[in-house]
Design a protein around this ligand. Structure first.
Ligand SMILES: NC(=O)c1ccc[n+]([C@@H]2O[C@H](COP(=O)([O-])OP(=O)(O)OC[C@H]3O[C@@H](n4cnc5c(N)ncnc54)[C@H](OP(=O)(O)O)[C@@H]3O)[C@@H](O)[C@H]2O)c1
Length: 279
């Protein structure tokens, strides 16, 4: 049975919480800290941030203020495109650690593959050294296609533990999911709610009614029931609570299959680092 405390074993033996809090756009000083504290108070024990979000300091402050021990909260951060390189990457992690007020992160992700593929090897080699130094307990990537992952495997001593990608009922990426599974890389979902853009779908509405839950809770439940880790974001206290309250109902097999049919390769944003040089 899955619960808010369920963890997924990664390929380096560490464990990633199935459930966490996404901190993208949680950046207003007061409301941001209030959202983070509210998430920690209602049981979230994993925070996902990134250097580009500009809120690592806010996350570090909220962790201190929460009174929780560092070891009780799983922390993910990510390095940005201009932080990919032999020297740039260790410097970037130092900056992140300083802002987060900690001496390690649980998971360090390359935020996007660089359009200039010659940046991949020096960056990954640095990440592998950081892993061995203990400053990150696991390393991984984000927004990597099958092709980009294959390129990375060719030069890896340690494969990425995680590939964090957009994943939800409207974009369920079955080929990438199978590829990652076969390669021992955990696919983690970002934008598990499709940023709230499609909550009015009739199937979500009807399942929400059946289970006396919200459409958002049905979307999140579908991911965790598949075993896909999620990091929903909200700055609204009630939604923060609701998004965590998804472990007391179970979708039937046929309902899971119906939800899978909603896939339309929907993307919440069409931003990529360099559209002219992208695959
Ligand atoms: N690696 C990457 O490139 C990448 C890209 C995007 C996101 N991420 C990570 O993934 C996290 C989550 O993704 P996301 O922020 O893009 O999207 P999301 O979690 O799918 O959706 C967040 C949006 O949905 C709204 N929302 C939240 N709970 C709701 C509910 N119960 N009912 C209705 N609306 C609700 C939020 O509004 P309010 O805040 O106003 O409640 C917010 O606008 C991010 O915060 C970030 O940590 C990573």
């Amino acid at each position: 049975m899955i619960s808010s405390e369920t963890k997924i074993r990664l390929n380096n033996g560490t464990e990633l919480p199935l459930f966490g809090f996404g901190a993208y756009k949680v950046d207003e000083e007061e409301s941001g800290e209030a959202a983070l504290l509210s998430a920690l108070a209602c049981g979230y024990r994993h925070i996902d941030t990134a250097s580009i979000y500009g809120n690592e300091e806010l996350v570090g402050n909220a962790l201190l203020r929460s009174g929780l021990n560092r070891s009780e909260v799983y922390l993910t951060t990510k390095l940005w495109l201009d932080e990919q390189g032999e020297k740039e990457t260790p410097d970037a992690l130092e900056r992140s650690l300083r802002k987060l007020k900690t001496d390690y992160v649980d998971l360090y992700l390359m935020h996007w593959p660089h359009p200039d593929s010659t940046r991949l090897q020096p960056c990954w080699e640095s990440m592998q050294s950081l892993l061995q130094s203990g400053k990150c307990k696991a390393i991984g990537v984000s927004n990597f296609s099958e092709r980009r992952l294959s390129e990375l495997f060719e030069i890896s001593e340690f494969r990425p533990a995680v590939n964090q990608v957009e994943f939800n009922v409207f974009n369920s990426r079955s080929e990438l999911e199978s590829f990652c599974r076969a390669a021992g890389v955990v696919l983690q979902s970002y934008s598990p709610l499709a940023r709230g853009q499609k909550l009015d779908h009739p199937l979500l509405r009807s399942l929400a009614e059946t289970y006396q839950k919200t459409e958002a809770q049905v979307m999140l439940r579908w991911c965790v029931q598949l075993g896909v880790p999620i990091i929903p974001k909200s700055s609204t206290p009630k939604r923060i609570r609701d998004n965590a309250d998804i472990f007391d109902f179970e979708l039937k097999e046929e309902e899971m299959a119906q939800l899978e049919q909603l896939n339309e390769n929907f993307e919440v944003s069409d931003w990529v680092p360099d559209p002219d040089n992208w695959y």
